[in-house]
Design a protein. Structure first.
Lengths: 205, 262
């Protein structure tokens, strides 16, 4: 079973629909206990960082996620804010602590070209590590759908799985051990996005 | 580099037959002359197959009585298409945002309510993030050549200056501005390039422009001369033998960075 973490934020229905489309058994879980029975965990997210981490904490998900992901090593996929919350800190609306799974900080997008807009909204060409298991069976280059004003700046380049350009290189995906996360929305990136989700489902960390 | 976007706009009205109410896709000319086209979700699936970059659904009647019908369209769209879409029409409260977003919308647009209660922009932006809040502005050029924002589906002159209102909307927390020229709507005579450029040069959030597209070159003008990040069109894709794929080819040939169909 694939657990989609419901902490009151994010377009859960779309994520659920995408997995259903792929024939996977997904459940939207509002109780942290349910994560125990999951084989894989999805951490979606839309909104503000502070609300995200405080809702996760209030609903008991921080402890459950740390147990299932860090101790039991279950594969987890973070999407958009669900990726950013895995960083150590974020400066969105004041300084906030994240889950700390990546040695990274979430900072505001500041494109070098002033004609580039923030939020970064739309399809952007993404480049990935050639050995990445998440971008298999895709064309050599692909556009994915992004919508965000902050991005994750990783301390270690080895954590960065994919990048794109928006007036400077920005992190498009990260990976570490059993953790994978994307800044873009695979569930909104049409057929190529669905393929990334499919690749996640067959990923053995 | 982020690509420019091509956005089919699906305008809808509630249609009652007996005891059932359903949403019907319509086109308009200068916000009037409604013509029924078909089922919005079926059309959305066609646009997805044609690799549109995003979609915009607008409930023109915005009647609270048919709210359930709009939510039903949103739910069905989210089940059947895997691309981003914005929903607007009749959104008045943070709870309306919540309702549409939790049923599968990615962004929500506000127009009349934003003018009446500008604080709504900030409240929604704080709750759901600026990227979910699209400030939709319908505008006309007055007899002195000034662009002014109109509400209530183009029926009420707010007296607000188009550019000032767009800038205020951004400051209050809107993550995107959607412009529609009432005079050009459905006429296929081309976008209002001047209004588009004035707004695009005054705000730092993305600007979507619409109203008047009838040729591939109109889109190109919107991007190159109007400096828009996205162009939306309803009539253009509904009546002419023009699909987003054909229009995309035209735009790409003009040297505008746009997503290739994969």
């Amino acid at each position: 079973m694939i657990a989609i973490v419901d902490y009151g934020m994010g377009n859960l229905l779309s994520v659920n629909n995408a997995f259903e489309m792929l024939g996977a058994r997904a459940h939207i879980c509002s109780d942290p206990e349910q994560l125990r029975d999951a084989d894989r965990i999805i951490l979606p997210g839309v909104g503000a960082f502070r609300d995200c981490i405080s809702n996760l904490t209030k609903r008991g998900f921080v402890k459950a996620l740390n147990e299932e992901v860090l101790q039991r090593g279950k594969p987890v996929l973070g999407i958009c804010l669900g990726m950013q919350v895995m960083a150590r800190t974020s400066v969105e609306g004041g300084l906030h602590q994240g889950l700390g799974w990546f040695d990274a900080e979430v900072v505001r997008l500041r494109p070098s070209d002033p004609s580039l807009r923030v939020p970064h909204i739309g399809w952007n060409e993404t480049a990935w590590r050639s050995d990445s298991p998440f971008f298999l069976r895709l064309p050599r280059r692909a556009d994915f759908y992004f919508v965000h004003s902050y991005y994750m700046k990783c301390k270690f380049e080895t954590d960065v799985e994919a990048t794109c350009d928006h007036g400077g290189m920005i992190t498009a995906a990260v990976r570490k051990n059993n953790i994978f996360a994307t800044q873009f929305h695979p569930e909104k990136s049409q057929d190529l996005g669905l393929r990334v989700l499919e690749n996640f489902l067959s990923w053995v960390p | 580099m982020v690509k420019r976007r091509l956005i089919p706009k699906l305008q809808m009205r509630a249609s009652r037959s007996g005891s059932t109410v359903r949403m019907v896709l319509v086109t308009t000319v200068q916000f009037e002359q409604f013509i029924g086209i078909g089922d919005p979700v079926s059309q959305a699936r066609i646009y997805e197959a044609q690799a549109a970059d995003e979609l915009i659904f607008v409930d023109l009647d915005a009647s609270m009585g048919a709210r359930g019908t709009l939510v039903d369209v949103v739910r069905r769209a989210a089940e059947q298409i895997f691309m981003p879409f914005t929903v607007g029409g009749g959104v008045r409260t943070v709870a309306d945002f919540q309702n549409l977003l939790s049923n599968g919308a990615d962004k929500v647009s506000i127009n009349t309510a934003a003018v009446e209660t500008p604080e709504l922009i900030g409240r929604a932006s704080e709750s759901f993030g600026a990227q979910c809040v699209v400030l939709s502005i319908d505008y006309r050029r007055d007899m002195h050549g000034h662009y002014r924002a109109w509400t209530h589906n183009g029926k009420m002159d707010t007296g607000l200056d188009l550019v000032k209102w767009a800038v205020e909307g951004e400051q209050r927390g809107a993550g995107e501005i959607l412009l529609t020229s009432i005079d050009r709507d459905g006429t296929r005579t081309g976008l209002d390039i001047e209004a588009t450029r004035l707004v695009a040069e005054s705000v730092s959030v993305p600007v979507i422009t619409s109203g008047g597209c009838g040729l591939g070159s109109h889109f190109v003008d919107g991007f190159l001369k109007g400096k828009a990040d996205a162009v939306a069109a309803g009539t253009h894709f509904c009546f002419k033998d023009q699909s987003p794929m054909q229009t995309r080819a035209h735009i790409r040939n003009a040297g505008v960075p746009i997503r290739l169909h994969t």
